[in-house]
Design a protein around this ligand. Structure first.
Ligand code: AHM
Ligand code: MG
Length: 327
């Protein structure tokens, strides 16, 4: 018998009010995902979606596309129907108030990989769910700046050949796939296990000349293959949508690397700690993988700024440890 996301969440929540709140938030995000998947599927029929809006960059300093903005609006409308007090978004400078009462805050990258919209490559929505109370966090920014280890749930939707939800509620990582006939997300994998070892890495190698010494040394050793110090041949895969690269890693192992480099604005890499690194680190660890900035476990890092970037390495546990040893 197939298990729907709704049934899975009901089971998880039982009669615990905070878990019920998390379940409601995840369900609303999944609904937003169905709407965004339909928009993404328009592809070249809606090529205006990939147009850069004005000359304005978003809060994180990236060009903002029409579909980035629409995706954020869809998520806001849905999460207003859940006990979520504030939304932190990669696309917005400050937290967006959603409900006067709510025991949660949610952080999102509404459309990850949006530079790929017009190329028919998978893009996705990343989310992180954190506990909130007005008494503890008079300033909602501080609620969003909790360490990744405080997350109650996290996940991402990927809009690819299939629309998939990768979710953790803090006990393992599950994969749900959208059944278009019924409109339900159906449990497809109850426990994702990232193989501890791998021969596959993902990195934007065109940045090699900008990398720091440990990063260069690691990739040099991979490239040396069987005759080098690693004594095995490596394969390289890089989509350039983190959700797509992450889904491959959850499927067959591998490591993703976007560390800091010498380019201006890339000193701390490209990915954002609160909207991207923390949720991906949580899902990865719950699937037996690991995530680090090279020196510190991602989930142990205290965020300093809402839109802060962080060097990110995640995936197969033993390979992540190996990369950390170069640092
Ligand atoms: P985005 O959130 O603005 O889309 O940026 C994040 C993306 C990741 O999805 C992807 O892995 C990376 O940035 C690609 O960066 P680059 O174009 O520098 O290779
Ligand atoms: Mg992103």
């Amino acid at each position: 018998m197939s298990v729907t996301l709704q049934a899975f969440l009901r089971d998880f929540a039982g009669s615990d009010p905070q878990k019920q709140a998390v379940a409601a938030a995840v369900e609303r995000i999944a609904e937003a995902g169905i709407a965004i998947a339909d928009l993404v599927a328009q592809g070249p029929l809606a090529d205006h979606f990939a147009k850069i809006m004005g000359d304005e960059a978003n809060a994180g300093g990236d060009a903002q596309k029409e579909l980035d903005v629409i995706s954020e609006e869809v998520i806001i409308a849905k999460l207003k129907q859940a006990p979520v007090a504030f939304l932190g978004s990669e696309e917005s400078e400050t937290p967006i108030p959603l409900n006067d009462v709510g025991s949660l805050v949610v952080a999102v990258d509404p459309l990850d990989g949006s530079s790929n919209i017009d190329t028919n490559v998978s893009v996705g929505t990343i989310y992180s769910i954190l506990p909130y109370s007005a008494a503890q966090f008079p300033d909602p920014v501080d609620a969003l700046k909790q360490k990744g280890s405080a997350q109650l749930a996290a996940g991402f939707l990927i809009y690819g050949p299939s629309t998939v939800l990768v979710s953790t509620l803090g006990a393992g990582t599950q994969v749900f796939a959208l059944d278009r006939a019924s409109g339900d997300f159906i449990l497809a994998k109850a426990a994702v296990e990232i193989p501890a070892q791998t021969k596959e890495y993902g990195v934007n190698q065109s940045n090699m000349r900008h990398w720091d010494t440990p990063m260069r040394a690691y990739i040099d050793d991979c490239l040396a293959g069987k005759d080098g110090p690693r004594a095995k041949d490596f394969n390289m895969r890089w989509v350039g949508s983190m959700v797509a690269d992450a889904f491959r890693i959850f499927t067959r192992g591998g490591v993703y690397l976007y560390t800091g480099d010498k380019r201006k604005g890339y000193e701390q890499g490209r990915l954002r700690l609160i909207y991207e690194a923390n949720p991906v680190a949580f899902i990865t660890e719950q699937a037996n993988g690991a995530a680090t900035d090279g020196k510190t476990r991602i989930l142990d890092i205290q965020p300093e700024k809402l839109h802060q970037r962080i060097p990110l390495v995640f995936g197969s546990k033993d390979e992540v440890a190996k990369i950390a040893s170069y640092y």
